[in-house]
Ligand binder design. Sequence first.
Ligand SMILES: NC(=O)c1ccc[n+]([C@@H]2O[C@H](COP(=O)([O-])OP(=O)(O)OC[C@H]3O[C@@H](n4cnc5c(N)ncnc54)[C@H](OP(=O)(O)O)[C@@H]3O)[C@@H](O)[C@H]2O)c1
Length: 255
Amino acid sequence: MIGAGNLATHLGLALSGCGFRVMQVYNRTSSKGMKLASVIGAEFISDPGMLRQDSDLYILAVTDTMIGEVANSLPLKDQLLVHTAGTIEMSILSAASGNYGVFYPLQTFSGRRKIDFKKIPICVEANSKDAEDQIFEMAGKLSNQVQVIDSHNRKMLHLSAVFASNFTNFMQVIAEVLLIENNISFSLLKPLIRQTMLNVRKDHLFRYQTGPAYRGDHNVLDAHRELLASHPEYLELYNLISDNIIKYKALHGKL
Ligand SMILES: NC(=O)c1ccc[n+]([C@@H]2O[C@H](COP(=O)([O-])OP(=O)(O)OC[C@H]3O[C@@H](n4cnc5c(N)ncnc54)[C@H](OP(=O)(O)O)[C@@H]3O)[C@@H](O)[C@H]2O)c1
């Protein structure tokens, strides 16, 4: 396992929990790497030169901007190397090994909350059928939802995930900030957030759109804009998203 961040930790735990042996952990920051290694019974190495040559798979779970550089620092030849990113081309690994691919788990990993890998879609891609089969087989032991997905579709999935998950979470962060500033309990909003998330069981989500922009209640939109006067950055978001809802409704109506 190369990396010891959020994904490396969750994946390392899931792998060792379903019978795989993670042999080594390499990480730039030793303290984090040692911690992960000790939890999953692996050896920690502080130098990529100490990487064993006989592992079945080398998982590169480092920050996206460093994938190429870290991959090229590994002393590999034809060992199977994968990265775990949504929007990075598989070919970034081509100089590091003759056998490479992608193992992209479509889920958000943060903190220590345990995540059931069985339900996580895993997108697999490889530079040969042989490598694809090996990654697919390993992913299939972790998850019931493994699919071969090419780079273009993986990028589109990642982009959609940013809207569906990262942006949604940040919208809730703004809601929390506004309530805290006004000494109102955020827990009052939680039943609404839960109900909104439950709509995901259905399709055509615009059917479940509500709110002042959807209804065209301009007096309410103006009142909200006034309340956001001291937060120009949130006001900008409010206007942008409200305009998008109005335009989407004008184009598509209630689907
Ligand atoms: N988190 C998710 O929800 C999620 C989901 C799917 C896929 N992924 C993918 O998983 C990969 C890792 O993401 P993450 O969320 O686990 O990130 P993270 O928690 O921020 O961990 C980043 C890892 O990259 C290492 N790193 C950062 N800068 C480095 C540098 N300059 N040189 C060497 N190593 C460096 C860090 O080492 P240090 O400990 O030394 O900082 C750490 O091991 C990414 O490709 C991401 O796209 C993440």
